[in-house]
Design a protein around this ligand. Structure first.
Ligand code: NDP
Ligand code: MG
Length: 380
């Protein structure tokens, strides 16, 4: 029996991870959950799931019996490192997941990681935490899970390239001029996946694919030159690995995140899952296109950041997180998201990221630069 902590349990991934735990009462027992701002749904989860520990960002307004309720950042890091916990599902969104990730890895946990921002920003720190401790990192992000599974079929030095697929988001076929006036409601309508707000927006801007290029590089230790992106609007092929003999291994399934969540938790074993079986004969066609870098500069910027290293990936991510907030608040236009990221990267003086403090400083700088961009835009 594995004891599981789900960090970010109220989110899209968190709720699906709960479903996986419920599906396998013989394998998993829920030890802890955490959430940030959604108090009512969090209380309902505590009531329904009866975890041993529940961590919120502030004190809860209602008393709960039978669960040890804690609050604050330190309580979150402690849950990630709790000696009772075997598997941590990291389903928090944004760079806020970085400290709990390091805490879990240092404590030797298996981390089923959905969060990509922490990997993009944490690069070397995560690597070091993996080297010194017993921790293991198993990808949940569907593309990374696919790459991980395809990589199980060959040796590293036999790999020609990693091929990340991208749905292209809801605006893949729209001319760029039309993207200017996209509203948050339009940006949140993802064609193939139902996900949290921020990642849905990132999929529309292709910032998500940019983050995933860096995430894949961090997880599997390949340079940008060996990572390719292909637009595949049906989201049936989740990613592929091309080997040097010309063989391409692909990973296919229905678009259901419970599958990669579960595999990260049960690896190296496979178990029955709540995901519906794939009926390929019901799919009229599977198509693939090379992305147009000029139409989606977010992708090119990610490759450039990966190459530049240092704080650039942190700035790419931090500027995008801030720009997303401003877009949802109606203070930035859709195309201004990538413009503001580009603005922040142009002004950032790159330097090595030696520790967490360096990373958080670069993240803060990126956010301030986006605010500056927003002010200059609005005063025009
Ligand atoms: P959601 O926005 O749906 O959920 C985010 C979760 O994190 C919520 O439980 C939220 O709590 C919590 N949270 C938010 N901010 C903080 C914070 N500062 N400190 C602690 N907890 C916080 O996101 P998703 O589930 O969509 O995505 C989670 C992560 O997984 C992201 O990094 C995303 O890129 C990645 N991912 C998601 C996929 C998906 O299908 N959704 C697919 C692949 C990757 P509360 O609700 O209480 O505020
Ligand atoms: Mg993904």
């Amino acid at each position: 029996m594995k004891h599981v902590a789900i960090l970010g349990s109220t989110g899209s991934i968190g709720r699906q991870a709960l479903d996986v735990v419920r599906t396998h009462p013989d394998l998993f027992s829920l030890y802890g959950i955490s959430a940030h701002s959604s108090e009512a749904p969090f209380l309902a989860q505590i009531e329904a799931e009866r975890p041993k520990v529940a961590v919120f960002s502030r004190p809860l307004s209602t008393d709960v019996s039978g669960t040890d309720v804690r609050w604050g950042d330190q309580a979150l890091y402690d849950l990630a490192a709790d000696p009772q916990v075997d598997v941590v599902v990291l389903a928090i969104s944004g760079i806020a997941a970085l400290t709990p990730l390091l805490s879990a890895l240092k404590a030797g946990k298996r981390v089923a990681i959905a969060n990509k921002e922490s990997l993009v920003c944490g690069g070397d720190l995560v690597k070091k935490a993996l080297e010194v401790g017993e921790g293991e990192l198993l990808p949940v992000d569907s593309e990374q899970s696919a790459l991980f599974q395809c990589l199980e079929n060959g040796r590293r030095d036999e790999v020609e390239k990693l091929i990340l697929t991208a749905s292209g988001g809801p605006f893949f076929r729209r001319p760029r001029e039309e993207l200017k006036n996209i509203t948050p409601e339009q940006a949140l309508k993802h064609p193939t996946w139902s996900m949290g707000r921020k990642i849905s927006l990132d999929s529309a801007t292709l910032m998500n694919k940019g983050l995933e290029v860096m995430e894949a590089s961090r997880l599997f230790d390949f340079p940008g030159e060996q990572i390719e992106v292909l637009i595949h609007p049906q989201s049936v092929v989740h990613s592929m690995v091309a080997y040097r003999d010309g063989t391409v291994m692909a990973n296919l399934s229905t678009a259901d995140m419970r599958l990669p969540i579960q595999y990260a938790m049960t690896w190296p074993r496979r178990m029955p899952s709540p995901a519906a079986p794939l009926k390929l004969w019901e799919r009229p066609e599977l198509t693939f296109f090379k992305p147009d870098m000029a139409r989606f500069p977010a992708l090119q910027m990610a490759y450039d950041c990966l190459k530049a290293g240092g704080g650039c990936p942190v700035v790419y991510n931090g500027a995008n997180e801030r720009a997303a907030e401003l877009f949802f608040a109606g203070a930035l236009g859709f195309l201004e998201i990538e413009e503001s990221v580009s603005f922040a990267l142009d002004r950032f003086r790159n330097r090595p990221m030696r520790d967490l403090e360096d990373i958080l400083a670069a993240d803060g700088e990126a956010r301030r630069l986006v605010d500056e961009f927003q002010k200059t835009r609005r005063s025009k």
